[in-house]
Design a protein around this ligand. Sequence first.
Ligand SMILES: [Zn+2]
Length: 423
Amino acid sequence: MKKYMKKIIFTLMFAIFGLSTQAQTEKCATMQILEKRIAKDPSIKLRMEQSEIKTQKWISANSNAKGGIQLVTIPVVVHVLWNDPIENISAAQIQSQIDILNEDFRLLNSDSLDSSHPFWQFTADTEIEFCLATRDPNGNATSGITRTYTDSIAFIEMDSPKYTVTGGSDSWDPTQYLNLWVCHLNDGLGLLGYAAFPADLATDPDLDGVVISYTAFGYIGTATAPNDLGRTGTHEVGHWLNLRHIWGDDTCGDDFVADTEIAEAANYGCPTFPHNANSTCGSGVDGEMYMNYMDYVDDACMNMFTYDQGIRMQSALNGDRAGLLTSLGCSAPTGLLNEGSLENGFQIYPNPSNGNFTVDTHMLKYDNISISVYDLLGSKIQKFENIKSFPFKMDLNDLSNGIYYFKINCGNKTITQKVIIAK
Ligand SMILES: [Zn+2]
């Protein structure tokens, strides 16, 4: 493979914000949002250029020394925004997205390139992992999931999911968590998601995070082919950690990464290897690296980050996103560890309710789970035994208004949660 020679950084600055004029569907709105924001506030461009200089400095100091790379676990809070109940996706579907992130970023994905493939040598374990947060910003135990009913049938304004006042959900401290919103995006555009870059964190913390369509989230439930393997999440979190599109959002553009082959434009569907070999842009005999997560191909046809993409993401974690390195979001609060780990595993919603409760869990294996309902005096009113599938719906409409307790038995452990019926 002919390595793409990186041009010097100051030349590149002119190409960073080249406007994309592609007529094809934009699966990801990350760059369009950035361009719009720069049009309104030109200082953003300067800030990103300064951040890029810092990034390149860190990369040159660390890219050859493995010492710069460390295993990092990023706490994630998933904000589910729903209008139609189908958009209120299950905890298992959320966990399936976290699992995909962990596989893809650690090169544990079962579809990674075979060692005989010419691009195999560039595939990389980025040493970045993710957990659903077990501790919230107040130090309390959490499932790492928030659920918000919204009046928005579809989110058209890109910033709306990120604010409670506009029908979304306010973010958790973005220096400590990856905020990931799942909602109904504007269907007509074929838009799957978008992300904020690290350079924006300090000046626009409210806008930090990743937004993904409920139809392209995780690999079960509402995930829909060809976006049903969780790779929208992998792609957008790549942006959130400062990766650019592989074609540099311009004809033969630059993605600021040395070991990705130069690409003429976005690739779609499922190209055959080698694709666009010996292009006018200068791709080598092996063609473009369309199977990179930062291209636009179908989920089933993308399968790799490169080593230099990994370094670039590590640079973000040692720069603008350094707060994550000391975040306690993945450490369940002390003292609640045993009970808490089980407690984190279940969610009851809505609470209060009119008597229709849903109990959900992000545990993918269920073992002899039962739920008993007690009243304030401690009398057992009802018991649901041997529950095999979640989310599990409970109809307690016959009960009068008041406080009740759910005792959830899971294996040999029990947790008790207070619920309120208010009709
Ligand atoms: Zn993108």
